[in-house]
Ligand binder design. Sequence first.
Ligand SMILES: *Cc1c(COP(=O)(O)O)cnc(C)c1O
Length: 394
Amino acid sequence: MSETWKPRTTAVHAGTRRSQYGEMSEAIFLTQGFVYDSAEAAEARFVSAGEDEYIYARYGNPTVRMFEDRIARIEGAEDAFATASGMAAVSGALSSILKAGDHVVAAQALFGSCLYILEEVLGRFGVEVSFVDGTDLDQWRAALRPDTRAVFFESVSNPTLEVIDITEVAKLAHAVGALVVVDNVFASPVFSDAVAQGADLVVYSATKHIDGQGRTLGGVILGSRDLIRKSVEPYMKHTGGAMSPFTAWVMLKGLETLDLRVRAQAGNAQQVAEAVQHHPALSRVLYPGLAAHPQYDLARAQMGAGGTVLSLELKGGQPAAFRFLNALKIAQISNNLGDAKTIVTHPATTTHQRLSEETRTRLGISPGLVRVSMGIENVEDLLADITGALDAAG
Ligand SMILES: *Cc1c(COP(=O)(O)O)cnc(C)c1O
């Protein structure tokens, strides 16, 4: 394996392990356990398992290891631990580095389940969490304290697509000795340079772009070898959030086409955002790739693109948003994102329904807001579908 491979070559070849049969497609090692040649060999492996020596699938498995190696290479991280879902990755990353008495600073614009962990779970174990507007560096500065052990944020927030400056937040966090944990789902590994920008742990829901075809749940935690093997692995392997070998195989195949799909999706998102930004049915088009976006320059510097998701705010509130959703023919109403299929979501009544109206207003999740995760379909068809539905809704 070459250290100089470019991203698509890495995505197709990195981490591959072939059995004695020389199979072309990666093998699914659908096994929970491993057989030892002797009692002494079993004892030796439990004392210290070397590279590619496995004990139990909750600890590691060859197919899972292929996925971890490949995504670590794509992300530019030293190591990775694969998890059963994105939420297993978020809760595992935080739980493996925090203890009672620690303080955490988090951005307030978070995925609902992430908010649950930070608001409900961590507090029960004696971790104090302060929330800030992630785009306001003064608020980070004011909230960080000598006992702050970690900061947590989504680098691009859902569904309002605010971009948080990883480099600047990491500088502030590192100055007080805090670790930087970034949920980087909206950037995807394709538009991520988070490790170089200062993230200590990068977390993905692999359910999104990495699978990208709506089949399986999965997640991954990436970081330095030290953090992954000494903090994350012991926690994950004993608490049970491991990725299954079958899922790892689906995700490995997803990685092969990740760059092609995500770039096609982002290209579609850019074209649709530009085409509809002055549509009379819309009060706002939120997309980090539009020059009108408040963090356009930051998005370009941090990701080099606007990403695969845009949000549209309809002037006619929820009735207009529902008319728009119901008039679409290609785009599907669902709540996943990062899929090859274009997916539309009405956050106020689905993914963010649990929040109070006041919180939704503070986060900019208005009744007219619709999130659009762009797929890989032909952009002409998507434009016709979306503008047609906007005309019908307006
Ligand atoms: C989907 C998502 C998660 C959770 O991932 P699952 O695979 O559904 O557990 C976490 N963070 C963000 C930003 C997400 O979009």
